[in-house]
Design a binder for this molecule. Structure first.
Ligand code: ZN
Length: 179
């Protein structure tokens, strides 16, 4: 990895940490939110062998537009058009109702770029692992199972491009919560 690439990764990590600084995860420990983007980047590098630094940076930034006041224009200015566009591809329209957002993720999955598929896969793998290992306290078994089945519908729409990530997803889905 070049000095410039390492600098980009650290810039994305610092930017995301700053943007998510007041947010917590929904797990029982209310972990710092930044742990989630870090988990995606860690998975991409250390489990899937992804070496595209812009994909790794986009993974670190993937929830900034959706969950903080960050704008696409801001990402474009700081990180350039390719990272901005990957993040935009994996961003839900938060103006819509939850059910519509969930349906649109399934509908949009087959149209995602290869880079966005990698980020989407790592997001769903991390979320499935969290749902199995440390789900929000108020999520009963039915809700946990419904989440896993919806995530599988999204991923089934984007298969065929990232075989290592797809098999990691299948492993996580096979370990989904059951009675
Ligand atoms: Zn996420």
């Amino acid at each position: 990895m070049s000095k410039e690439e390492l600098a980009l990764i650290m810039r994305a990590l610092s930017f995301a940490a700053q943007k998510h600084r007041d947010q917590r995860r929904k797990d029982p420990e209310a972990s710092p939110y930044i742990n989630h983007p870090i988990a995606l980047a860690d998975l991409l590098v250390n489990e899937a062998g992804v070496t595209d630094v812009e994909v790794i940076a986009a993974a670190l930034l993937h929830d900034t537009i959706e969950d903080t006041e960050t704008t696409a224009a801001e990402l474009d200015e700081v990180f350039g058009p390719r990272i901005r566009s990957i993040v935009e591809e994996v961003t839900d329209n938060t103006q819509l109702a939850k059910a519509d957002r969930k349906r649109l993720q399934i509908e949009h999955a087959p149209h995602l770029s290869r880079e966005a598929r990698q980020v989407k896969l790592s997001d769903k793998i991390c979320n499935l692992r969290d749902v199995a290992q440390s789900p929000p306290r108020e999520w009963n078994l039915g809700r946990r199972q419904a989440y896993c089945d919806w995530a599988k519908q999204v991923i089934d729409g984007l298969r065929g491009h990232s075989l290592v990530l797809e098999s990691l997803f299948d492993e996580a889905y096979a370990s989904r919560p059951e009675e």
